[in-house]
Design a binder for this molecule. Structure first.
Ligand code: NAP
Length: 236
């Protein structure tokens, strides 16, 4: 498959790297490829400049959002949540039409400092905003409730743990589940919550995730839904 990964941060890099490892053709999308490659300072989270990472992944391309999306069969949104609509708008509605769009972003608002708050929240979600803004895209919200290394390699957290999916398109969710399986997620770990409005729930796990991270001092953990009885939680 040809994937566009919209986002040059640690999440975009981690997922692009994993997709590349699995044999997919991957292009990372950015606002200005030359400017992104010219960066020499670590990003705000302390990650090395993009070019340093790109040198370790010669098979992964870098292109403007629109060029990355145009060439792809499927798209991953790994842009800053507050800018995801702008990034996807730049990618182009026509380039997203009919395609699986896996949204892993969280609408975190850092304007008042740490911890961030969510915007939108409660009565709306970023996942829904994206589906409304790009009605021809087949949006699946997934993987946003854990650190990106865990997204790409669930074995980093021992024992059973859960990955949530939601979206309006049943086939898109099956395609996402197949991709997650290729990342190493067992079927019983996948919980399909239903339509895209359920992104309100998964995005609202983030304030808790951030506090657990603060308590543990590391990101190698995940949430797990444990239910009575022996039925798996999977709904996909
Ligand atoms: P990030 O720093 O949140 O986002 C970087 C990307 O956003 C870059 O590609 C950047 O474009 C783009 N961007 C920033 N401002 C923009 C604007 N005004 N217009 C268009 N695009 C803009 O990256 P991240 O830390 O990798 O996180 C990506 C997403 O994953 C976020 O939504 C985050 O909440 C979510 N998430 C993160 C984790 C994690 O493990 N860190 C886990 C779950 C979910 P350029 O390339 O042009 O700079």
């Amino acid at each position: 498959m040809r994937y566009a990964v919209i986002g040059t941060g640690i999440v975009g890099r981690t997922l692009a790297g994993r997709l590349d490892e699995l044999g997919h053709q991957v292009v990372v999308g950015t606002r200005d490829p030359a400017a992104t490659l010219a960066r020499t300072e670590p990003d705000v989270y302390g990650n090395p400049p993009f070019a340093e990472w790109a040198a370790t992944r010669p098979g992964v391309g870098l292109a403007a959002f629109a060029d990355a999306a145009a060439a792809a069969d499927a798209v991953v949104n790994a842009s800053a949540g507050a800018s995801s609509l702008a990034a996807l708008d730049a990618a182009g509605a026509d380039h997203l039409a009919g395609k699986l769009l896996i949204d892993v972003a969280n609408p975190l608002d850092f304007s008042a400092g740490m911890p961030p708050v969510l915007d939108p929240v409660n009565t709306d979600s970023l996942g829904e905003q994206i589906q409304r803004a790009f009605p021809r895209a087949r949006v699946v919200k997934a993987l946003n409730t854990m650190n990106c290394s865990v997204m790409a390699d669930p074995t980093l957290v021992p024992g059973p743990h859960t990955v949530f999916l939601c979206g309006d398109d049943e086939i898109a969710k099956k395609e996402t589940a197949a991709l997650l399986a290729s990342f190493g997620w067992p079927p019983e770990a996948m919980m399909d919550l239903g339509d895209i409005s359920n992104a309100r729930g998964t995005e609202q796990l983030l304030p808790l995730w951030i506090r657990v991270w603060g308590r543990l001092g590391h990101w190698r953990f995940n949430f797990h839904v444990q239910q009575a009885g022996s039925d798996p939680v999977a709904g996909t």
